[in-house]
Design a protein. Structure first.
Length: 285
């Protein structure tokens, strides 16, 4: 009876966090649309999210649907199955679509009827992460292609197999999650304001993070083995890292910059570090 209740609770937590996280993609694009501008925010966040959620969708789909990947996972983790749920896949697909929509508001402001603003180009830092992740995954693919046991389930215990490619793809999402919020935290700091940055998306994201971790904990308890977390570290880290950044944004919005409307020309402080450096060089010249 207790197990049945925990299974039910896990399913409820899974769908509720899926709904909260899925809804969190909409407030920012809606706010920008209502303001007819993306000022106050940077393109770095939605742009790198496109890569992150594509990686997340691929890795989750492989762990959920692929017989080979699931067999290699079971061999490596004592016969257990991945803790990926169907809602993880649908969440990732929704994330891809909305990240593309939000990014388009920066790249094509006139199509949306927006007033063009500065900060619509990804910074060198974000571009470096973007292409570095792609190169890293390609490198792992070549390593696995050179492994004679890449298609073996038992080979996952001591050799490079296709499961390792899926892990490398999933770590792209982890890397993206760790760094994607930092440009916006910096933009808020420079503006001394959170104007233009939707706090509603942050609150939804925070609630989803709590329930995501709770669901994974329940699933691991039901399996009687915490490798449900160690075997899927990206999902666990996704909730934790997001909540840390969410806490920073909540502090900025409700405490640090409460009631602040930003500087007279807010766009000036939306420049990336690279653009700031170039401007300083022009002044020196």
């Amino acid at each position: 009876m207790a197990l049945s209740f925990l299974e039910f609770l896990s399913a409820v937590f899974g769908w509720v966090y899926f709904i909260l996280w899925s809804l969190s993609f909409y407030p920012q694009s809606m706010l920008s649309y209502s303001r007819k501008t993306t000022s106050g925010t940077t393109v770095d966040f939605p742009f790198i999210n496109c890569l992150g959620f594509t990686a997340y969708a691929i890795s989750n789909a492989a762990l959920y649907y692929s017989p080979l990947i699931r067999a290699q996972y079971a061999a490596r983790y004592k016969g257990l199955t991945p803790t990926v749920q169907f809602n993880d896949i649908t969440f990732a697909l929704n994330g891809i679509v909305m990240s593309i929509v939000t990014t388009s508001q920066y790249f094509f402001p006139r199509v949306w009827g927006f007033t063009p603003s500065k900060g619509n180009k990804p910074s060198r830092f974000i571009l470096g992460i973007f292409f570095g992740c792609i190169v890293g995954v390609i490198a792992v693919i070549f390593i696995v292609l050179g492994s004679p046991e890449r298609d073996s389930a038992q080979g996952s215990l001591h050799a490079w197999v296709w499961l390792d490619v899926i892990y490398s793809i999933s770590y792209v999402k982890l890397i993206v999650t760790i760094i994607k919020y930092s440009p916006q935290v910096l933009a808020n700091y420079r503006n001394k304001s959170t104007q233009g940055w939707s706090i509603i998306q942050i609150l939804l994201d925070f609630g989803g993070g709590i329930l995501s971790i709770a669901q994974q904990g329940i699933d691991s308890y039901l399996q009687g083995d915490w490798s449900g977390i160690t075997g899927n570290p990206v999902k666990f880290a996704l909730g934790n890292v997001s909540m840390i950044y969410d806490s920073i944004f909540i502090y900025q919005h409700y405490v640090l910059y409460r009631g602040s409307d930003g500087k007279a020309d807010e766009n000036d402080s939306l420049l990336s570090g690279d653009e700031d450096a170039e401007r300083q060089e022009r002044r020196i010249d």
